[in-house]
Design a protein around this ligand. Structure first.
Ligand code: UTP
Length: 301
């Protein structure tokens, strides 16, 4: 089957970081497998990719690879028991996970940084454009709105240019993110688009001329692999994705744009708790009881 090269069909989910902010839990469980209510963080990310039309997902795993692989594998004993007990809804939910997309798991031997993790996916991505969804960032789109990955894919398909998601953060938070600088224009939907001139890795307040932060959603054409390969280790000895993005911006041009989803930094303890609370409040079985509990708790705070 021949696909038009501009269609974004593949995605990479890097999930091989050490997750030090979640130690000791992440000594044995990859942070991407920590649950938000009853589903691992990774499941929310795979669902976003699938909703955006992604067909092949490359999971870049490190330690704890088996927990990630097993989650997307057939669990024969469990499924057999559920079938015998007539637990069809649970059975269906397990099957849905497995059938969501083609999941290809690869290993990053050492956590040498986000750029390096993405570079590991080159043999599978080949020359196609692809999305990147960080394995610890949850983006929840309203039912009638496109996902962040969908918005970036659309931009790529229309402009032919690699496009990354950005959000404005306070100056006191720029040190937590890659920050994009460039010329801004207003988009018809009320969002902002930036023609990227520079990307700075985790600048302190005032070290960058803007506050447009990268929360971890990207669509690149395959030329990024060449730039990753020639990127020298930067901060903390890691191969930074931001350095390769600067090279893309200079060579072919790079767009950044705002998005409409709610975002939770589930790799951070507070963000993780916020995701659990907000999504549980919307949960059909838990919402009412949790709301009542929080209201009672609120009176004592
Ligand atoms: P983070 O920097 O948030 O992940 O990377 P980390 O290093 O695991 O986190 P802390 O700071 O130690 O708690 C963002 C995403 O990139 C992946 C991570 O798994 C995470 O999903 N990543 C990072 C890799 O796959 N490989 C790396 O070498 C680094």
């Amino acid at each position: 089957m021949v696909f038009p090269m501009s269609k974004v069909r593949k995605a990479v989910i890097p999930a091989a970081g050490l997750g030090t902010r979640f130690l000791p839990a992440t000594k044995t469980v990859p942070k991407e497998m920590l649950p938000i209510i009853d589903r691992p963080i990774l499941m929310y990310i795979v669902e976003e990719a699938v909703r955006a039309g992604i067909e092949d997902i490359v999971l870049v795993a490190g330690r704890g690879k088996h927990a990630i692989e097993d989650f997307f594998d057939v669990s024969y004993e469990l499924e057999d028991k559920l079938a015998r007990d007539g637990k069809d809804a649970w059975l269906e939910s397990l099957r849905k996970i497995r059938d969501a997309a083609n999941i290809i798991s690869i290993r990053q031997m050492r956590p040498l940084g986000l750029g390096h993790a993405i570079g590991c996916a080159k043999p599978i991505i080949g020359s196609e454009p692809f999305a990147v969804l960080l394995g610890d960032e949850i983006m929840i789109a309203d039912k009638d709105k496109p996902t962040v990955t969908g918005q970036l894919a659309r931009s790529f398909e229309q402009s032919g240019m690699s496009t990354v998601a950005v959000m404005e953060v306070p100056a006191s938070e720029t040190h937590k993110y890659g920050i994009v600088e460039g010329e801004t224009t207003a988009m018809p939907d009320g969002g902002t688009r930036i023609r990227v001139g520079n990307v700075i890795e985790k600048p302190t307040a005032g070290q960058s001329s803007s506050r447009w932060a990268l929360p971890g959603r990207y669509v690149f054409d395959a030329s990024i692999f060449g730039h990753i390969a020639s990127t020298k280790p930067g901060k903390n000895g890691e191969i930074q994705l931001t350095d390769a993005m600067v090279a893309v911006a200079k060579e072919k041009g790079l767009l950044a744009q705002t998005f409409t989803s709610r975002r939770f930094d589930a790799g951070d303890k507070l963000g993780y708790l916020q995701a659990n609370i907000e999504l549980a409040l919307e949960h059909p079985e838990l919402g009412t009881a949790l709301r009542q509990y929080l209201q009672t708790l609120g009176k004592t705070l």
